[in-house]
Design a protein around this ligand. Structure first.
Ligand SMILES: [Zn+2]
Length: 277
């Protein structure tokens, strides 16, 4: 599942292709992508739009259009974007949408599981839409150890589950939450409200470090995620805990354990991330 580093990698790959181009043709071949709206109507509305910018908020891609509207893309489980010169996109049964640009390029949206979404929002609707769904951007300046501690005050949910709430931290998912908790030496089961200010300062640094490393390595490729040029990311080779049950901890050499927390597989080192006495 693409998290912040994967979506940011997609953005960096696709922005130079899209920005400044005008959409000459749009085809949306899956009713699930735009529901409850008719995909043909959304496709028609895209034609003639010039793309001003491609931004990201959390795990959302924001394709900002000349009219002031924004195409909000969420890749969910298996969505991906690629591009090729017009007429050269490979045949693909999983291609759900195609944009033909005036630059002689076509952009394909592929999605095997079909959980991804394309939503075309009017100018006034974007901020309320994102505001209702997303907390602070973890690589931005508003995100601090103190803001994290404040948000967690009094919460009894496990800190791992707290970190995954997109309304608190936008873009953090299962992989980078586990990696950040390991870096910060915090046990994922601990109630969020019981961590000290010092631990939240550590966790804040750890979240940013894990995400930054993920962006540097162009995300992690476990099954379907690929970057827009078709190459895999590299972060999967640097996981400290995620998916490493029984393997030695990179810090202490003891075996990594796996538990299920809030329905999510959770990997950690019981020695480096102990339960408080
Ligand atoms: Zn360890």
């Amino acid at each position: 599942v693409p998290e912040l580093p994967e979506v940011e990698t997609v953005r960096r790959g696709i922005a130079p292709v899209l920005e400044g181009a005008t959409i000459e043709r749009a085809e949306i071949a899956d009713v699930r992508l735009t529901r409850p709206f008719d995909p043909a109507i959304v496709a028609d509305a895209l034609v003639g739009e010039q793309i001003a910018a491609v931004d990201r908020r959390g795990k959302y891609l924001l394709v900002r259009l000349g009219s002031g509207r924004t195409l909000v893309i969420h890749l969910r489980m298996t969505g991906s974007l690629s591009h090729a010169p017009t007429g050269e996109l490979p045949d693909d049964a999983y291609r759900r949408a195609t944009l033909g640009l005036d630059t002689g390029t076509e952009v394909a949206y592929r999605d095997v599981r079909r959980f991804g979404t394309w939503e075309l929002l009017e100018p006034d609707d974007l901020d309320p839409y994102l505001g209702a769904r997303l907390g602070s951007e973890p690589l931005g300046t508003a995100f601090t150890g103190r803001s994290l501690a404040r948000a967690a005050a009094g919460r009894r949910a496990p800190v791992k589950s707290f970190l995954l709430d997109q309304r608190r931290i936008a873009g953090l998912g299962n992989i980078y939450a586990d990696e950040a908790l390991w870096r910060a030496r915090v046990n994922p089961r601990r109630p969020a409200g019981e961590l000290t200010a010092n631990e939240y300062a550590r966790l804040h640094r750890a979240i940013r470090a894990a995400l930054r490393r993920g962006v540097e390595l162009r995300g992690s490729t476990l099954s379907t995620y690929v970057t827009p040029d078709g190459s895999p990311g590299g972060m999967q080779d640097e996981f400290h805990v995620y998916g490493r049950l029984g393997e030695p901890c990179d810090r202490c050499g003891r075996p990594i354990e796996r538990i299920v927390l809030g329905g999510r597989g959770t990997w950690f080192c019981p020695h480096c991330q102990p339960e408080p006495a």
